[in-house]
Design a protein around this ligand. Structure first.
Ligand code: AMP
Length: 285
């Protein structure tokens, strides 16, 4: 069945009330659209864990810095609706920016520490925009659970934190990054890449997988792992934005890996003018 397309909070509240009176559990998948298999994996898992899945499609202007790609961000609502239908999604919420941020809007959610460093430093205001829109969506839909990808790892930690701190009572589920067969993390922004840049972009995942292998082989020193990440980016002539090893939950910097301590290698780099991010878990033995 085609998903119902809603565009106002009033419509969402009616849907949510009907669902609640039927005693059904709802899973929410917030997205910016131009959906790919990474998004679909979140929808499928949502259907496993709840009775119905709602997807929001909203290119959130407040999470883009002034010179970023808000106006060129890829959009394809018809294609997105087909993907949602195929995945068994009940409802798609696709509001206009004026509906989410009407005249006079002035309320923001900031997650202090987790929004520092990594993408937080490189994209000023980004996580304030993300935290605010996700909080609004969780408050509107009041789902039992909401699903997010590990692809945006810092974002996932920010959302887990705000959900806990604001006692929203929503289960935040993080799911593994879905990749192209050659390793490139799926991203709506991959659509920007020329054929050459698409090849060069493989340096992100290649470096991360190499770091993972080294750690499995006994490497512990974060700075030598960072050097591996950097060398991979440099070999492909990609401009590094950051390459770091961080604690897997607090995102604090880590100098030496230790067994039982979750760690993450995270990179961001520019392929041409397209900024790409990726990350992997590091499991010291
Ligand atoms: P976006 O539309 O890029 O804002 O992403 C919406 C949700 O899909 C976020 O929770 C992302 O982390 C998640 N996502 C994006 N790309 C992937 C991927 N390759 N694998 C898994 N989840 C993803």
């Amino acid at each position: 069945m085609k998903p119902a397309v809603l565009s106002t909070p009033t419509e969402v509240r009616q849907y949510v009330a009907a669902l609640a009176s039927a005693g059904k559990r709802l899973a929410l998948v917030p997205t910016m659209g131009f959906l790919h298999e990474g998004h679909v994996s979140l929808m499928r898992e949502g259907l496993q864990r709840a009775d119905e899945v709602a997807v929001s499609i909203f290119v959130n202007p407040t999470q883009f810095a002034p010179k970023e790609d808000l106006s060129t961000y890829p959009r394809d609502l018809d294609g997105d609706l087909r993907r949602c239908e195929a995945a068994g999604v009940s409802v798609v919420y696709a509001p206009q920016p004026k509906v989410v941020y009407p005249e006079g809007y002035q309320t923001w959610v900031t997650v202090d520490e987790l929004s520092k460093g990594l993408c937080g430093d490189r994209r000023p205001g980004h996580f304030r925009g993300v935290a605010t829109v996700v909080t609004k969506l969780l408050a509107l839909f009041r789902p039992s659970l909401a699903l997010f990808g590990e692809k945006d790892y810092q974002q996932l930690q920010v959302i887990k934190r705000l959900t806990h701190d604001l006692e929203l009572g929503v289960d935040i589920v993080g799911l593994p990054t879905v990749r192209e067969p050659d390793g490139l993390a799926m991203s709506s922004r991959n659509a920007y890449l020329s054929k050459e840049d698409r090849q060069r972009a493989l340096a992100l995942s290649r470096g991360l997988f190499e770091a993972q292998r080294l750690v499995e082989g006994g490497a512990r020193d974060a700075s030598s792992l960072v050097a591996v990440l950097r060398a991979s980016l440099a070999a492909a002539d990609l401009r590094e934005d950051y390459a770091e090893i961080r604690h897997g939950e607090t995102l604090d910097p880590i100098a030496t890996l230790a067994p039982g301590v979750p760690a993450r290698a995270l990179v961001a780099a520019f392929a041409g003018s397209t900024r790409l991010i990726d990350n992997v878990a590091l499991a010291a033995r």
